[in-house]
Design a protein around this ligand. Structure first.
Ligand SMILES: N[C@H](CCC[C@H](N)C(=O)O)C(=O)O
Length: 325
């Protein structure tokens, strides 16, 4: 069977379609598999494992679960859902459908290719909550946190906490270019045992580039620094609209740059609920061919298995090499 390597904004994952298996893996086996894949030498960056199963919601054509590189399970992955949407769209010859996730069934839709062989998808990011218990933020004397100081975390910054539904803590900084060490230090602190986020949190620093334009860098729970975090960029876009309404409007596309590229985010409000649409690339990088027994084997040796590049990536690799020499 084939285990696909995929990326959205260079946030890179393996994708396992368990509907193709005789025997699906247990959650424990999936948590072991993602750690083995992330530690293998030949597969490049592995930020997590996206798992497709049959849905229990009749409105959905499949369900998606997310395992971070450290084996922890997350309730949502925005960049990952774009690649799952692309995989399911190609397999089912559909351009718009719904995918079930642990907390909500979400709309996904194909957009025009961003470039030759660069497909694009838009995915719904929802539900959104500002309630601190839903975000897993404890020991703070407040019911929500929108652009407020948290001196115990960092005396110079203000923070916004949002669940989409995975947990995000966001801070706007004037100049991101020299803030990476500060982001990593606080990210590591909040994802080690600490009195504020017992279950950890995805931490994003954002710089406003212009009206409707951001740069976002995220230290992800269960992974570390990544090229991009889809739910992080979506939550940060909502914080942008809430805190800087003169620079960011509802229903209008926000361009979010990240080290892995860029995405468009639209923030919508329906009655008193927010939801976001995250639009960006959905690339299949290649695949591993391996037996189902290897997938089930928590001691599998991946050092001898090579990643076969897919045509859409090999083309760019060959073109780049051609221009490099
Ligand atoms: N690390 C996240 C899950 C992956 C989210 C990210 N890769 C995205 O694109 O949204 C968490 O533990 O909540």
């Amino acid at each position: 069977m084939q285990l696909l390597k995929v990326h959205g904004s260079l946030n890179q994952f393996f994708l396992l379609d368990q509907t193709q298996l005789q025997q699906p893996l247990t959650s424990t086996q999936l948590a072991q598999l993602v750690q083995n894949l992330a530690q293998a030498p030949n597969f490049g960056l592995v930020d997590g494992l996206l798992v497709i199963d049959q849905p229990s919601d009749p409105e959905a054509i499949a369900q998606m679960r997310v395992f971070n590189a450290d084996g922890s399970q997350a309730s949502m992955c925005g960049n990952g859902l774009r690649t799952v949407a692309r995989y399911l769209a190609d397999q089912n010859h559909l351009d718009q459908f719904q995918v079930q996730t642990p907390q909500q069934t979400l709309q996904v839709k194909r957009y025009p290719d961003l470039a030759p062989q660069v497909p694009a998808f838009g995915v719904e990011i929802s539900p959104v909550s500002f309630a601190l218990p839903k975000i897993g933020l404890t020991n703070v004397n407040a019911t929500e946190l929108i652009n407020q100081p948290l001196p115990e975390l960092d005396p110079q910054l203000t923070f916004t906490a949002i669940a989409v539904p995975n947990p995000h803590l966001i801070s706007f900084v004037d100049d991101l270019s020299d803030q990476e060490n500060r982001l990593v230090a606080l990210g590591q602190r909040l994802n080690a045992p600490n009195p504020y986020f017992p279950d950890g949190v995805n931490l994003s620093f954002a710089q406003i580039l212009a009206d409707q334009q951001l740069f976002v860098q995220t230290f992800e729970r269960g992974v570390g620094l990544t090229n991009a975090c889809g739910t992080g960029m979506s939550a940060t876009s909502l914080a942008f609209v809430l805190t800087y309404p003169q620079q960011a409007q509802l229903d209008k596309s926000i361009t979010v740059y990240n080290p892995g590229g860029l995405v468009q985010v639209k923030v919508h409000q329906v009655q008193n609920r927010y939801w976001m649409e995250l639009i960006g690339n959905a690339t299949i990088m290649g695949h591993l061919t391996l037996s189902e027994a290897t997938l089930h084997d928590s001691n599998a040796d991946f050092t001898q298995i090579k990643l076969t590049l897919s045509p859409e990536v090999a083309t760019y690799e060959q073109r780049a090499t051609k221009y490099r020499n």
